[in-house]
Design a binder for this molecule. Structure first.
Ligand code: AMP
Length: 210
């Protein structure tokens, strides 16, 4: 539907659980005409579909722990090698630690590609927790129980938040305040990307409203 002014749109969206990154990620990906790839969704689909991968990761996902890097990285490499990701992608939930950052970098470098931006969705811890509690009521996700939420947020703070420093050092991070209505946050993301010259082209910002 639309395309970025630079021709490529390789994005990560990073934020704590409950930051709304899944929802926002899909909107950004649609606007730039690239696939939104959520590793959490891939694992959940495999679990509910009863696949071999699903049975390997089920207990790990339900405990809120990280699936082993080897398995996760291979899955992402396979997905990014598909034709619809040639011009770009938006990764949600990957990379989640330094080893995954290194693996993604190696994969992209091997293809002569690089990330265009890392969208950091900032939401205070209390806000994430209350949103996750609400999601537990609305969606009944098995990894949204109190104990598992605490584990997932602790892993985020310990392993995932530090990767943002790495990307900040490379000048890739676009920080966006994730507190506000869905539309407000979406608009902030598009404005912040546009400030870096990453524009959704097309008819009058149609993509941003998609
Ligand atoms: P999410 O929906 O992104 O919170 O992911 C749900 C669960 O899937 C996580 O709690 C992990 O168990 C697993 N998972 C998703 N992405 C990754 C990743 N990049 N590395 C390891 N485990 C992951």
């Amino acid at each position: 539907m639309t395309a970025s002014a630079t021709g490529s749109a390789r994005f990560l969206i990073v934020g704590p659980q409950g930051s709304g990154k899944g929802t926002q990620g899909v909107l950004v990906a649609e606007a730039f005409g690239v696939p939104a790839i959520s590793t959490g969704d891939v694992f959940r689909e495999n679990i509910s579909g009863g696949t071999e991968l699903g049975s390997r990761v089920q207990a790990i996902v339900e405990a809120g722990d990280l699936v082993p890097d080897e398995l996760t990285c291979e899955l992402v490499r396979d997905r990014l090698a598909q034709p619809d990701a040639a011009r770009g992608f938006l990764l949600d939930g990957f990379p989640r630690n330094r080893a995954q950052v290194a693996d993604l970098e190696e994969f992209l470098a091997g293809r002569g590609e690089a990330l265009d931006a890392v969208i950091e969705l900032s939401v205070p811890r209390d806000e994430s927790i209350s949103r996750l509690r609400q999601r537990a009521i609305d969606q009944g996700r098995t990894d949204d129980t109190e104990q598992v939420i605490a584990n997932r947020l602790a892993i985020y703070e310990r392993e995932t938040a530090p990767i943002l420093d790495e990307y900040r050092g490379k000048g890739l991070v676009v920080q966006v305040d994730g507190v506000g209505s869905l539309d407000e946050v979406t608009e902030r993301i598009f404005d912040a990307l546009a400030d870096r010259g990453l524009n959704v082209t097309g008819n009058g910002g149609n993509g941003a409203a998609a």
